[in-house]
Write a protein that binds this ligand. Sequence first.
Ligand code: NAD
Length: 414
Amino acid sequence: MQLNPFEMAQRQFDSCAEFLNLDQSVRAILREPMREVTVSIPVRMDDGSVQVFKGFRVLHNDVLGPGKGGIRFHPEENLDTVKALATWMTWKASLLNLPLGGGKGGVICDTKGMSQGEIERLSRGYISRLWQVIGPEVDIPAPDVYTNPQVMAWMMDEYSKIVGKNQFGVITGKPPQVGGSLGRGDATARGGMFTMREAAKVRGIDLSKAALAIQGYGNAGYHAARLSEELFGSRIVAISDSKGGIYNKNGLNPKEVFDFKAKTGTVVGFPGSENIQHDDLLGLDVDAIIPAALENAINASNAGRIKASIVVELANGPTTPEADEILYANNVHVIPDFLCNAGGVTVSYFEMVQNFSMYYWDEKEVQNRLDTKITSAYHEVLGTSLEYKTHMRQAAYVVAVKRVETAMRLRGWV
Ligand code: NAD
């Protein structure tokens, strides 16, 4: 039987709670979101009719600070998915030691069939229905699937109008001209590359001589390829996308492959490369594999073939629990997703800090501060995995959950 995402999030938490022997009262509080709000949003469509959309905002926990998490516009959005994503945001923010809790939102809609005007009215309608449960000190949304900086600008503007003053800090992922931070575009991949650099030191790998394979060549995968070459001089020997993969043992040029894909729709057939099958990429003799595509890409059927020393999980949920055990037994070092891809939320937090202080940093400062935060989180997880003799994912949960539990005790919640 397939678990719904929220049951899966609860099960992951239960397993960590068992591992840490947490109090029943702590478990009872953290298994459920603190607040779930569902609203109906009427929107005037271009043809004059009124269509009503369902919207959600969930606050899982705010013991460490106000909620933080994206808003998705998706035809298959549902409350259970939003609850699961809000729960995961609590652990991600805690793991990075950000003074933030976990939140998430969504609207059931298909923006592909909507005009810009309709999307703007829907974005403003979302805020006019939910403004009481968001705010710079309450819960701060951000972009996610099918929402973007423009949508964030409309939402920030609507909130500011309702409360009667400019409130840039109510939302992150805004365009830089209206309070957005520099350095957010490649923050996820950059953060992941910083964790890969630390893992390489632990594994005794010289990244300037390393060969890497990248699964998925969208936003996360392309920036990872570009940055690993730019920052470390690594060689990208294999790249795949939904249509297949390419290989060249001497290295592929990230920008040229990106331009080729933009022109032809796929990396397959890139001049000077050899075509490979999806699963071949995982079995290559490389130093690190960077999954940057889909969930469950590394599973019980292929995990045993991985020869790489490090798996850099830029994608969300690329490794199944069974594969985790196989990789741990085979001494493969996994940088778990909610550590590896936390660069986005970290720079979102920097955006809030800049909004509150009314002083904006240059891009280098954003990148350096991201490095400090994510490198320190990586080493905390590594230390915990050695202390508890467990794999990096369980260790990341231990760090995140313990920090939340401590705050709950200090605040007298339990
Ligand atoms: P994207 O849509 O830009 O790119 C996804 C890529 O994966 C595409 O190139 C697609 O062709 C490829 N792909 C699809 N199926 C594949 C398959 N079977 N084998 C190989 N490649 C395949 O998405 P993205 O924004 O780059 O996100 C990728 C992953 O990273 C997701 O799991 C996402 O949740 C995660 N992530 C992204 C960000 C971000 O800032 N973009 C932040 C956090 C996490």
